[in-house]
Ligand binder design. Structure first.
Ligand code: GDD
Ligand code: GTP
Length: 430
């Protein structure tokens, strides 16, 4: 029997996702038309013997999350539960805290996944790799190749060419270590808890000693906070416990809003094989579709449009969105309830829930896609500012923003509930 655990983090993170993370917890943000998490859940549900999916995070239980979990449970016919940490415990602390729940029922192994990654989730291949390597080690780490410069932003792995054992693991090194990077997707046997437990005991002891010595720093830090990467993998490397499975499939982090558009493109492309029913083809009644496009069945495209609506490539249109005649949308995510009036144009942007874009208006951003000429390039989830200015990036309209007719909004972030009255470029509109 198998289980899966998804680390969903909590509200303190996701700053690069603002203002979109004001409205929904980041793991529920739609990527290729479905909540980011659903891609993980669908992949788990396909694994034979998968009994339960446990989400661990520090979000207060909220309506959106509970509603989503109960609908996912019904749709995928698998138990899905949310366990809340009392504080952010790091990537290993929550796992250890809830070990009894994870191990109940006696799973032979379980997957652990970061919620903020998009991947084709080669879970069956990881299982096969684990069995082919004798079943005795306690972890398989999914990895991919990055370029030298970008590898520094990830966990870096040095492997044995022959056995694929992890010989060294360094989390976000300062100088180049290896171009093989950790994807944040693992297969563990219950044995992993022995190793996390040792870190927990050591932290407890260090904390006790430091409190005794009056060390302020440690006395404020919780002994329960454990980082799998630095605290566990680094010491397990070279002990014949940690193995690496390299995937050739697609993989990307979803840290910024720009990376959500890139991840949507990857998933929409995967739908050609896995969910062709989620992609639309050119419809009758004035809508031309170019490339991969998802349209929620409740979205309304003006059926009387004389000038054709042109959608795609890489467009996801949410629930109840209204689209007028002559509208053009490319490389964008339009969230539910938004209204795109006649002849407006939306390129490289995310249009927030219930926002309106007036007639002939143009909302445009700059894509932050990985370098297409570098097969190992990853997306740069940069900070908002560089050299004192806003980094040109995709345009984001928060929820319930009104863009009047005939204006241009370029490379800007508009906070929720704004009624703009003119054009803007390269600004955060507060
Ligand atoms: N429950 C819980 N509690 N989840 C957490 C916590 C916590 O305290 N802290 C982080 N997470 C979740 C995040 O929501 C995310 O899904 C995942 O754990 C990893 O988040 P980060 O701590 O921000 O790490 P990172 O994304 O910069 O790096 C990790 O992922 C990379 C791949 O995307 C590392 O594992 C790297 O080695 C790896 O390359
Ligand atoms: P690139 O050279 O790759 O940038 O593409 P492009 O030359 O097709 O130009 P762009 O990406 O700016 O526009 C793509 C499509 O949107 C074209 O078919 C244009 O006709 C259409 N388009 C551009 N601007 C507007 C606009 O303001 N309103 C409307 N309705 N359509 C527009």
């Amino acid at each position: 029997m198998l289980k899966a655990v998804i680390l969903i983090g909590g509200p303190q993170k996701g700053t690069r996702f603002r203002p979109l993370s004001f409205e929904v917890p980041k793991p529920l943000f739609p990527v290729a038309g479905v909540p980011m998490l659903q891609h993980h859940i669908e992949a788990c549900a396909k694994v034979p013997g998968m009994k339960e999916i446990i989400l661990i995070g520090f979000y207060q239980p909220n309506d959106a999350l509970s509603r989503y979990l109960s609908s996912a449970q019904q749709e995928f016919k698998i138990l899905v539960r949310y366990l809340q940490e009392f504080a952010p415990l790091g990537t290993g602390g929550g796992l250890y805290h809830f070990r009894d729940q994870i191990l109940s029922g006696g799973p032979s192994a379980f997957f652990l996944m970061n919620a903020d990654v998009c991947s084709e989730f080669p879970l069956l291949e990881m299982l096969r790799f684990h069995r082919d390597h004798g079943d005795v080690h306690c972890a398989v780490v999914l990895a991919t190749t990055a370029n030298r410069k970008q590898s520094l932003n990830y966990g870096c792995i040095v492997e044995s060419q022959k056995t694929h054992e992890v010989l060294h693991f360094v989390e976000k090194p300062a100088t180049f270590v290896s171009d093989i990077i950790n994807c944040g997707i693992y297969l563990f046997t219950p044995e992993i808890f022995t190793h996390i437990g040792m870190v927990f005991q050591r932290n407890q002891e260090e904390k006790r000693n430091c409190v005794y010595l009056g060390d302020q720093l440690w006395s404020r830090q919780r002994a329960e906070v454990i980082h799998l990467e630095q605290d566990v993998f680094t010491s397990l490397a070279g002990q014949q416990q940690l193995y690496v499975y390299k995937t050739q499939g697609f993989w990307s982090q979803i840290k910024s809003a720009g990376s959500a558009i890139y991840a949507s493109r990857l998933y929409l492309n995967q739908y050609l094989q896995t969910h062709p029913e989620r992609l639309v083809s050119s419809q009758e009644g004035g809508c031309t579709v170019n490339g991969n496009v998802f349209i929620h069945p409740t979205a309304l495209i003006d059926p009387t449009a004389v000038v054709s609506v042109l959608l795609g490539p890489n467009v996801s249109i949410g629930k109840g969105v209204c689209i007028g005649a002559g509208v053009r949308v490319r490389e964008s995510i339009i969230l539910h309830g938004a209204s795109l009036q006649d002849h407006c144009c939306v390129l490289n942007s995310i249009v927030g829930w219930d926002s309106t874009i007036g007639k002939w208006a143009r909302v445009e951003g700059t894509p932050s896609d990985p370098n297409p000429n570098d097969p190992f390039a990853k997306i740069n989830s940069e900070t908002l500012f560089r050299d004192g200015g806003l980094t040109p990036s995709i345009t984001i309209l928060g929820c319930n923003v009104n863009i009047p007719s005939e204006v241009i909004i370029r490379n800007s972030i508009v906070l929720p509930h704004k009624d703009l009255s003119r054009s803007f470029k390269n600004q955060i509109i507060l």
